[in-house]
Design a binder for this molecule. Structure first.
Ligand SMILES: *Cc1c(COP(=O)(O)O)cnc(C)c1O
Length: 367
């Protein structure tokens, strides 16, 4: 068996697996305590749970589960077109937006190409690039966010894809619209920009950009969005990409025919219409962000102002502080793997969860 594994390409053997947030059930087993006594603020999930409209649609869809899903996702695409001004043939549906990120890499990169992304960016970008054997170019960050000028300079003749999250995870930084548009308009024609807008719905109105409008002006732009965050469907895995029809067509060719299952299609379609749930999620996040930042400030700790549904806080010995938090039944995310070994990322939870995190953090940094 050893010899067989050595036959796998070295770029596959050297992949460092994605480290997800610790599941509640796992910590409950380790500590021998009830799952209900644990809070998880580790994966930027929606603390309000699943949209009620999506729940209702899910129940109604169960009797049809013997049938294959609609491989083209007609109804969800129709719903997306109703909500945003783009066309059906511009959309690529994914098993989470992670899936469409990988489809973009597979559609455009070979082992002879490179992709550019920022330091402290989403861990999936280097992973999907490395899985192809392409070269990942990580550009040093500026003030914890992408340094757009340096990223533009880092583009080489063999660069085919640039990945950029706005807001970025795990640092929460937002690139101003004017800077972004300047970056996009200056991109060489052989480069696709994948603009990952997973946290778009959490932006306050004054920070929103008309990125969908940019698609008309810039053929090399692909936006990705997800139902995992504000729509509360992380467990179902639904996301999508939208770009020029020709680009979407390429991604759809490498997509598995039934990559989004029927429950996910149904729930996402319903969640898109649950304006009340989206609004409550947004407002809870805004209030929780303020609560957490005030609490962190009161503890005398540094944090990175965030535009997402999470905030990263500098705790010093993050391993020890994280261990103390876990012992107190509070799961957050260490981000050493993102080049931030002294920091922990905490997702905005319910008011009571935020308060419990702050209280446990206070104890943990004293210890
Ligand atoms: C959470 C997140 C996503 C969403 O991933 P899904 O596969 O849709 O759950 C995408 N990009 C970034 C930067 C994220 O933080």
């Amino acid at each position: 068996m050893m010899n067989l594994c050595e036959l796998a390409p070295s770029f596959i053997r050297s992949i460092a697996p994605y480290q997800p947030g610790k599941p509640i059930s796992e910590l409950a087993r380790e500590l021998g305590i009830a799952e209900s006594s644990i809070i998880k603020l580790a994966s930027n999930e929606n603390p309000l749970g699943v949209s009620p409209k999506a729940q209702k649609a899910l129940m109604a869809a169960i009797p049809s589960l013997a049938l294959y899903p609609d491989g083209n996702g007609f109804e969800l695409k129709q719903a997306l077109c109703r909500h945003f001004s783009f066309e059906m043939d511009q959309i690529v549906l994914g098993n989470g937006s992670n899936d469409v990120l990988e489809l973009a890499a597979r559609a455009f990169l070979t082992a002879n190409d490179s992709a550019v992304f920022s330091q402290h960016a989403f861990a999936v970008y280097p992973l999907v690039v490395q899985a192809i054997g392409a070269h990942g170019i990580e550009v040093p960050a500026k003030d914890f966010g992408p340094d757009l000028d340096a990223m533009a300079r880092a583009i080489r003749p063999d660069t085919k894809v640039v990945f950029l999250a706005n807001p970025n995870n795990p640092t929460g930084t937002l690139s101003p619209a004017a800077d972004l548009e300047r970056f996009i308009s200056a991109l060489p024609p052989h480069v696709l920009l994948v603009l990952d807008e997973a946290y778009n719905e959490y932006l306050q109105p004054q920070f929103r950009t008309d990125s969908v409008g940019w698609l008309k002006k810039y053929p090399h732009l692909l936006l990705t969005r997800t139902f995992s965050k504000v729509y509360g469907l992380a467990g179902l895995r639904v996301g999508y990409a939208v770009g020029r029809a020709e680009v979407a067509d390429l991604l759809n060719r490498v997509r598995q025919p039934f990559n989004v299952n029927s429950l996910s299609l149904t729930a996402a379609t319903a969640a898109l219409d649950d304006h009340d749930f989206v609004r409550r999620s947004y407002e809870l996040n805004l209030a929780g962000m303020q609560q957490l930042c005030e609490g962190i400030k009161a503890l005398g700790l540094e944090w990175i102002p965030s535009f997402g549904n999470f905030v990263s806080v500098k705790v010093g010995d993050a391993r020890a502080v994280n261990a103390a938090l876990l012992a107190a039944g509070v799961i957050v995310r260490p981000i050493a793997g993102y080049g931030l070994p002294q920091w922990l990322r905490v997702s905005i939870g319910l008011e009571s969860e935020n308060a419990r995190f702050l209280q446990s953090l206070k104890q943990a940094i004293k210890a």
